[in-house]
Write a protein that binds this ligand. Structure first.
Ligand SMILES: Nc1ncnc2c1ncn2[C@@H]1O[C@H](COP(=O)(O)OP(=O)(O)OP(=O)(O)O)[C@@H](O)[C@H]1O
Ligand SMILES: [Mg+2]
Length: 355
């Protein structure tokens, strides 16, 4: 029973810290270690106040809670971390000594939820939902256009045979434009061939994109690498991942910018959409361009949304689709001189098409 309860606490995404009546940390779950950026070993035995000075003024309140066995919640309490500060919602509850709790003396249980992270998750879910709905519409539309287009092209070809050389110019225009539309519709529909998941090394993907971009942009452009070489291989489709990252990198070049940084990092216990993963890969494309135009920010991943006269507005939609097929997600942050598109991918060993 106890080990069952323990394993539940171990797997919570809520950070849990238990302190004794003297407000010393007695236990912390893995989500707590991640939040405080300290190991349980470093935390246990420490006065809570040392880890989290902002709780010092609340010491009296904690004593009351221990007495009265009430709980209290405080929203948006700052938690300082090395180099930054995050906001957390905190609920403190007294656990009283009893044979059931197995405690000799009363303890305080703190549940901490990082607020900005919750906001990010809600936003992410919305993003995934919206994306799925759009894909369904666009796929249907692409399919509807494709069939008559084939007929149109075929009819133009037949007609061409009956026409004189000078008149054929017209049927050629029909055929050429039908082919152009066909290409557009194919891109709209997104990748159609089935996945052939193999072991993928993300750095091979990034290096492939790097060499393609270098071949396209020529001299005077800086393409920097910032890789974490310890990232393990994972199951995925390398061609499609190259396509996704290439779309991000091309956008960075067209931003326009002078510098691109390709970055890889690893995240532990990270949530994508509604699923928490033990290990998540972060592949980033950063550029020093002017940033995403304000007017496009809310609809950026929609198909046909573009800020360029010659753009089709499909690059990001396709990249997001590929990310999703891998169980992942693309997000971005953007301000002048620093725009970062991040591809989050769960690092799982087995390929799971329901992702
Ligand atoms: N790194 C970036 N910096 C600034 N704006 C960006 C960046 N990436 C994307 N954008 C904006 O988002 C728009 C949509 O990008 P998306 O790749 O979907 O389409 P596109 O580049 O316009 O056309 P396509 O990729 O189909 O050729 C771009 O037109 C651009 O305005
Ligand atoms: Mg693009």
């Amino acid at each position: 029973m106890e080990s069952h309860a323990e394993s539940i606490v171990e797997n919570l995404t809520t950070a849990v810290v238990v302190a004794d009546a003297a407000l010393r940390v007695r236990a912390v779950n893995p989500a707590g270690e991640i939040l405080f950026e300290l190991s349980a070993k470093q935390m246990v035995g420490q006065p809570l106040e040392r880890l989290w000075p902002q709780t010092a003024p609340l010491a009296g309140l904690f004593a009351d809670i221990l007495q009265s066995a009430h709980s209290f919640t405080r929203r948006g309490l700052p938690l300082p971390l090395p180099g930054r500060e995050v906001l957390v919602d905190v609920t403190a509850t007294a656990i009283l000594p009893s044979s059931e709790s197995g405690l000799q003396e009363a303890a305080l249980l703190f549940e901490l939820n990082q607020v900005d992270r919750l906001r990010r998750l809600a936003h992410e879910e919305e993003l995934v939902d919206r994306h799925l709905a759009q894909r369904a519409v666009v796929r249907g539309l692409a399919h509807e256009i494709k069939n008559p287009l084939g007929g149109l092209r075929g009819a133009a070809q037949l007609l061409e045979r009956k026409l004189s050389e000078s008149e054929r110019e017209y049927t050629r225009i029909i055929i050429r434009e039908a082919d152009r539309l066909q290409g557009l519709v194919d891109r709209l529909a997104g990748p159609t061939r089935p996945y052939l998941p193999v072991q993928v090394n993300i750095h091979q993907v990034l290096e492939h994109v790097r060499s393609l971009i270098l071949a396209e942009v020529g001299e005077g452009y800086v393409l920097r690498r910032d890789y974490d070489p310890s990232i393990p291989e994972f199951a995925g489709d390398p061609d499609q991942l190259v396509q996704a990252v290439l779309n991000l990198a091309r956008n960075a070049v067209q931003a326009p910018s002078h510098l691109i940084i390709l970055r890889s990092r690893i995240e532990r216990q990270f949530t994508i959409g509604q699923r928490r993963h033990k290990l998540v890969l972060r592949a980033e494309v950063e550029d020093d361009g002017p940033g995403v135009p304000q007017a496009l920010r809310d609809t950026l991943f929609y198909p046909m949304v573009t800020g360029h006269a010659a753009g089709t507005g499909l690059g990001l939609s396709i990249a997001q689709d590929i990310a999703r097929r891998h169980g992942g997600l693309i997000e971005y942050t953007s301000r002048p001189a620093r725009t970062v598109f991040t591809l989050f991918l769960p690092l799982r060993q087995e390929y799971d098409p329901t992702g």
